[in-house]
Design a protein around this ligand. Structure first.
Ligand SMILES: Nc1ncnc2c1ncn2[C@@H]1O[C@H](COP(=O)(O)OP(=O)(O)OP(=O)(O)O)[C@@H](O)[C@H]1O
Length: 232
């Protein structure tokens, strides 16, 4: 469904993404992992259209979208989470979802609310809900309109282990139910192994491993580069 082909991007002399090629299969949850500074967020920016690559291409459903502006990509069905929900700090969660849902033609906001267990948060404003709920609202906003491809950049950042696992399960259930495809950047490896069908591992901008989670976690390069600390 999504192909990155020899994709590169540099911030000045820093090669943030270095000839990355990967293939995201329709209906899968595809994890993008790697140590800090490996280039994961920059990849998400290149897929969502926030940045343009210096070379290489991005194809979505066989269409070259490398130079396409971000709003057009959203229209095509590529959505991303933003890690912030306080764009309208005075609006309740219900109103935020309602406004955003109308913009993208969501027919069933209730289903997203139920899947992410946001019912109790609906009458409250962002400052009145906990961090875990805020993260779930952020994800709900990305999922509205049933985009075909959802890019999630560290949805479990700052959450406890229990909260991360609960979030991952909610997310996986909703994604499967709606037939969406996900690219998931995530540091919590337990979450990654729990929900991802496939993993691509980046180190210093380059792909060092790609495959099923059980294969990747045993790959010596991955263990050495990144997982050694927590793979045991
Ligand atoms: N705005 C920027 N200006 C200059 N260099 C940047 C900028 N953003 C990222 N970089 C550099 O690009 C490289 C890749 O960063 P990126 O944020 O994509 O990595 P990451 O894998 O998402 O890291 P993390 O897990 O820490 O979020 C790093 O060396 C980083 O320092």
């Amino acid at each position: 469904m999504l192909q990155l082909d020899d994709l590169s991007f540099a911030y000045g002399s820093v090669k943030a993404v270095d000839q990355v090629s990967l293939d995201v299969a329709e209906g899968s949850i595809h994890g993008l992992i790697g140590p800090n500074g490996a280039g994961k967020s920059t990849c998400i920016d290149l897929i969502s259209g926030r940045q343009r690559p210096t070379s290489g291409s991005v194809r979505f459903r066989e269409r070259d979208i490398t130079r396409m502006a971000a709003p057009r990509r959203r229209h095509l069905g590529i959505a991303r989470s933003f890690q912030r929900i306080s764009v309208y700090p005075d609006l309740t969660v219900a109103d935020q979802l309602d406004v955003a849902g109308r913009l993208v033609g969501e027919q069933d906001v209730d289903a997203v609310v139920a899947a992410l267990a946001l019912g109790p948060s609906l009458p409250l404003t962002p400052s009145e809900i906990g961090y875990g709920e805020q993260r779930r609202v952020d994800i709900a906003l990305a999922l509205l309109g049933a985009p075909d491809l959802v890019l999630l950049d560290e949805p479990a950042a700052g959450l406890s282990r229990e909260e991360s696992i609960a979030l991952a399960d909610h997310l996986a259930g909703l994604v499967r139910e709606r037939g969406m495809t996900v690219v998931l950047v995530e540091h919590h490896l337990e979450v990654v192994y729990r929900v991802c069908d496939r993993l691509t591992v980046l180190e210093q901008g380059a792909v060092i491993a790609d495959g099923r989670p059980q294969e990747v976690r045993r790959d010596p390069r991955v263990v050495e580069a990144y997982l050694g600390r927590s793979a045991a």
